[in-house]
Design a protein around this ligand. Sequence first.
Ligand code: GRF
Length: 199
Amino acid sequence: KRLVVLVSGSGSNLQALIDACRDPEYGAEVVAVGADREGILGLKRAEDAGIPTFVHKVKDFDTRDAWDEALTGTVASFEPDIVVSAGFLKLCGPRFLAAFPGRYINTHNSLLPAFPGMNGPGEALAAGVKLAGATLFICDDGVDTGPILAQCAVPVEFDDTVETLTERIKEAERAQLVESVGRMVREGWTVEDRRVRFG
Ligand code: GRF
């Protein structure tokens, strides 16, 4: 199966997928990596792996809709079975969602529905919760609201900083992403009443 991965940052989740795809039994390959900005480690990781990359910056388009249209067209040209948002810091528009229905997924660094948005680990720390974690979900038109594919929890330690908690979450998040995308490509998935069933 064909994966297109979208990134805005360090791309450690992307790297985990690239590494997993080296095993033919994993059943997937990363056919392209897209970004909304240049000069990020995520793009370099793709280039180092010989994977085609593309960049669409919102500011290079007259409207957000024009950006969305360009992104949709470029991603579609790689004919992905699954599009993975892995630290991609843009919300895609209705056209994009319609082009990849139920096949555009995002990994988020909190146990949703708690702490959606940009600062999951910081908000978990501030709330004093004892468990934090990551959620892999199918994107819909809300912010971090779609049907949940998988969740993993990690402990919050008393001495954690945002940095140490973020790192603990990311380690579990990468493993979860690799495992769940692997299940998606090998078993398939369906959604009934917001509940995801593999197989
Ligand atoms: C992930 O923790 C994701 O949940 C958050 O940003 C991080 C991306 O990290 N939105 P990386 O670019 O994959 O290293």
